[in-house]
Design a protein around this ligand. Structure first.
Ligand SMILES: CC(C)(COP(=O)(O)OP(=O)(O)OC[C@H]1O[C@@H](n2cnc3c(N)ncnc32)[C@H](O)[C@@H]1OP(=O)(O)O)[C@@H](O)C(=O)NCCC(=O)NCCS
Length: 328
């Protein structure tokens, strides 16, 4: 294991005020609160007012992370936003964040890796900080998946919520930092979870919009199966890369897609609920935001502190999956 070069200096998150409960969804589609709770663990999720840009949440999360880290926006060299629901097709949402924060010296770009976007961003930032002259990076994971949900499709619309989370990275000290990361993908399974609309394949013609081609398509059971398998394998890999055992982790922060996925992965490692951070019941699946929101909550509530070992692991559309071991 090599010495970490980059550590997390601070975290922040932002979610909309508006709560959409399972009882609210019962009035919108043919579902029941009990079914949603039993199959997903979700009780409620936060949703934006339609038309709210992702940058609004991303800027708030980013500003809170910078304050937490005590870093001036002008000292940020690099802004990466992991998202599949940026404000616009272009420019990158990271550019809107850069302008709003006054990060006048930063490079800015987005990463499209769906629910794994934050960990993808983390590894890219870590690598750039080792090989280029960047000293401070702001990595944000954020999504407004409710902007691409078909509210008549009960298979998908009950799952998702909106939010953004952020981490500020800087030079590592005292053995703390990003110990290892791994990123994987399998595009041959893209058809199991995707949004076919509004790209070059299916431009937003009247007919395409009528066919709701801009909404999420998903084979839930298949996604579930691949998620458990791949999250388990990649977590084992980053533990090996870090020369750590699962028992060395103070906490595992898995992507919050479904409580049953989280429990299945935890069971493979023999982890009790005290070692696994879970907030899916309050936020649903917030895609790229789920891990940094959980990381911030766990840190601010005192469940995690300096020197603790944390595992992060995510899986999502692509398929793209990722994991990391961080010493805070
Ligand atoms: C979507 C998911 C919750 C469905 O749970 P499941 O236990 O696999 O349920 P199934 O899809 O097998 O459906 C079981 C039944 O419930 C029904 N059902 C599906 N959605 C429903 C809903 N919202 N309310 C009530 N019934 C529902 C189905 O129609 C099916 O009925 P049938 O047996 O009469 O055909 C689950 O597969 C899942 O979470 N998958 C992973 C999704 C995910 O994480 N995506 C994002 C990855 S980042």
């Amino acid at each position: 294991m090599s010495n970490p070069k980059t550590m997390i200096l601070g975290t922040g998150h932002a979610v909309p005020d508006k709560i959409l409960s399972n009882a609210d969804l019962e009035k919108m589609v043919d579902t029941s609160g009990r079914w949603i709770q039993e199959r997903t663990g979700i009780l409620e999720r936060r949703v934006v007012e339609p038309g709210t840009p992702l940058s609004e949440l991303a800027v708030l999360a980013g500003r809170r992370a910078l304050e937490d880290a005590g870093v001036d926006p002008a000292d940020v060299d690099l802004i990466i936003v992991g998202t599949v629901t940026g404000d616009m097709k272009f420019p990158a949402t990271a550019c809107f964040v850069q302008a709003a924060l006054g990060a006048s010296n930063a490079a800015a770009f987005d990463v499209s890796a769906a629910c794994s976007g934050f960990i993808y961003g983390l590894q890219i930032a870590d690598a750039l900080m080792q090989n280029a002259s960047y000293r401070r990076a702001l990595v944000i994971g954020g999504d407004i998946l409710t902007s691409m949900v078909d509210w008549e499709d009960r298979d998908t619309c009950i799952l998702f919520g909106d939010g953004a989370g952020a981490a500020v990275l800087g030079p590592a000290k005292e053995g703390r930092g990003i110990l290892s990361t791994s990123l994987r993908s399998d595009g041959s399974l893209a058809h199991l979870l995707y949004n076919p609309g509004c790209g070059s394949l299916n431009p937003p013609t009247e007919e395409n919009v009528r066919k709701k081609i801009h909404t999420i398509r998903m084979e839930g059971r298949e996604v579930f199966r691949h998620a458990v398998k791949n999250m388990t394998e990649i977590l084992r890999q980053v533990l090996r890369q870090s020369d750590l055992e699962i028992t060395d982790l103070d906490m595992l922060i898995p992507h919050q897609a479904n409580l049953r996925i989280i429990e299945a992965v935890s069971k493979k490692f023999g982890l009790g609920s005290d070692k696994v951070y879970i907030n899916v019941e309050r936020f649903g699946n917030t895609s790229a935001a789920s891990i940094p929101i959980a990381l911030d909550e766990a840190s601010k509530s005192g469940r995690l502190g300096a020197g603790d070992h944390v595992g992060v692991v995510a899986f999502g559309a692509g398929f793209a999956w990722a994991a990391g071991i961080i010493r805070l």
